[in-house]
Design a protein around this ligand. Structure first.
Ligand code: HEM
Length: 490
């Protein structure tokens, strides 16, 4: 009897030792092996994160499925981690590499292939766009097209016109493949449906990422039914079929002395005989997919939020319009050299990026070796993520963080100052957003074009609902479908 009791106690003790969270790890939620701590669905992820922050402070761990996820609420700690080579890689998650055995493109890849693609994408964005007139001209054209479409629905409550989605896609296509869609082009619908089906089908991949052992215990049909692996594969191949046609056309008409766009330049890189080359046609498809995934709806959503925020803040809208009227003749869009003369417009754009925090969570990176952060051990394989939405509301950096106050970006001399600790809508460090310059330029130009032409107000007797979608810290907010009134300015 005593022997059994002692043995049971020893077994329980051993089990507890195996299951408990090692003491040198950050505090947080540990849960059970293989499943971790699965959140209950009636509470939003945003609320869970706020509770954990209140309980544990700026760094805590949440074991989800088989992964240790470390959340960072402190901008200094986030900067330290994201600039360290220990955290340079993406986790090998299907959600990033879209079910590709060896990840390609730039968003989900690692190592030499990532370095080559990131350098290539940055060079392309620099050569074709940021600061160069070709892409600025494309943005001007799309802004003018958007204004025309808003005119058609002026004076009455209406949703944001579909033209805005076409405009942002056209800007990426201009850079990538020298292609443009008309607003009512059926080919645009076909293209949009192909992008959406990749995005939609990829939504359940996180289940596979968190519980990869499901593959070992479930028949393929059930695994596919839960994680949509087969749907992702179909959608991806359909999408790539579309790209392959465009790439084939480019191959036929390639003029090596006059590369027209990203595809031409990539094809020329493929022809180079370099031992470090990672370029391939399949990789090009992934790179293009990444640029559409990261660079189109982000801009559309930010512009929609700009309209909704300014509709609810008429004084800010009036001040912005006064500045635009003083600096630019009506209907003229600014060149980049006009930017310094529009400090309030710059301030509004930055304040909007802060308060909306389009990506509530920063990019997920993985620890490539056992390392230390904030005095805690971070074991190899742990995933880190900054909580951008909370860093953007941290009272150490922002007075009255819940207020929309563009003035906080203006110096005593009346100039715009972008240097703010605790501002990181595009992430920080080695994998900081590749399209930051393009994004800032697009949102700036669209804001000028739209608010020169229209005054935006909520529908009569209403206010715009500006709450973020708390269950969806990564975006795709259904509140973007609200109606708003655009009145033509006299
Ligand atoms: C308002 C608009 C945008 C926001 C808020 C935004 C934000 C971000 C964030 C937070 C990351 C993750 C960084 C990390 O993992 O540490 C990221 C990555 C990335 N973004 Fe953006 N982005 C925007 C627009 C764009 C545009 C217009 C493009 C391209 C044309 C773009 C291309 C990328 C790419 C390729 C990456 C992956 C970089 C890498 O892994 O090396 N983004 N972005």
């Amino acid at each position: 009897m005593w022997v059994e009791l002692v043995l049971s106690a020893a077994l329980l003790f051993l089990l507890w030792q195996v299951l408990k969270k090692p003491s040198d790890l950050p505090p947080g939620r540990w849960g059970l092996p293989l499943v971790g701590y699965v959140p209950l669905p009636f509470k939003s992820i945003r609320d869970h994160i706020r509770d954990l922050y209140k309980k544990h402070g700026s760094i805590y761990i949440w074991r989800m499925g088989v992964h240790n996820i470390v959340f960072l609420h402190d901008q200094k700690m986030a900067r330290e981690a994201y600039t360290s080579t220990d955290f340079i890689d993406r986790p090998p998650w299907q959600i990033f590499c879209i079910n590709e055995k060896s990840p390609k493109g730039v968003l989900g890849s690692n190592g030499l292939l990532w370095q080559n693609n990131r350098r290539f994408a940055l060079r392309q964005l620099r050569d074709l766009g940021m600061g160069k007139s070709k892409l600025v001209a494309a943005v001007h054209t799309q802004a003018a097209m958007m204004v025309e479409e808003f005119e058609k629905q002026a004076g009455r409550p209406a949703c944001i016109p579909h033209a805005m989605s076409v405009a942002v896609v056209n800007i990426i296509w201009q850079m990538v493949g020298n292609i443009q869609f008309e607003v009512s082009d059926p080919k645009y619908i076909e293209f949009r449906e192909a992008v959406d089906s990749v995005m939609d089908s990829a939504k359940n991949l996180f289940i596979y990422d968190l519980f990869p052992w499901l593959e070992k215990i479930l028949p393929t049909s059930i695994l596919n039914w839960i994680c949509h692996l087969d749907l992702v594969e179909d959608a991806k191949e359909k999408f790539f079929h579309y790209f392959k046609e465009v790439i084939a056309e480019h191959k036929e008409t390639l003029d090596r002395d006059n590369p027209r766009d990203l595809i031409d330049t990539y094809l020329m890189e493929m022809e180079k005989d370099s031992p470090d080359s990672t370029y391939s046609e399949r990789d090009l498809c992934f790179l293009i997919l990444d640029l559409f995934n990261t660079g189109s709806l982000t801009i559309r959503d930010t512009t929609v939020w700009m309209i909704f925020y300014l509709a609810n803040h008429p004084k800010v809208q009036e001040k912005l319009q006064r500045e635009l009227d003083e600096v630019l003749p009506r209907g003229t869009l600014p060149s980049l050299k006009d930017k310094p003369r529009l400090p309030y417009t710059e301030a509004v754009v930055h304040e909007l990026l802060r308060i909306t925090s389009l990506f509530g969570l920063g990019g997920q990176h993985v620890a490539t070796r056992d390392t230390k952060l904030g005095g805690y051990t971070i074991p190899k394989g742990s995933v880190i993520t900054s909580v951008i939405s909370e860093i953007h509301r941290d009272t150490r950096h922002w007075d009255n963080p819940d207020d929309f106050l563009p003035e906080r970006w203006i110096t005593e001399e009346g100039k715009f100052s972008a240097k703010r600790e605790g501002f990181m809508p595009f992430g920080v460090g080695k994998r900081q957003c590749v399209g930051e310059g393009l994004a800032l330029m697009e949102v700036f130009m669209f804001t000028v074009a739209l608010f020169q032409a229209f005054t935006f107000t909520p529908p009569p007797g209403k206010l715009m609902d500006l709450r973020p979608d708390s269950n969806n810290p990564k975006g795709n907010n259904p509140r973007l479908m609200q109606e708003v009134v655009a009145t033509v300015r006299q």
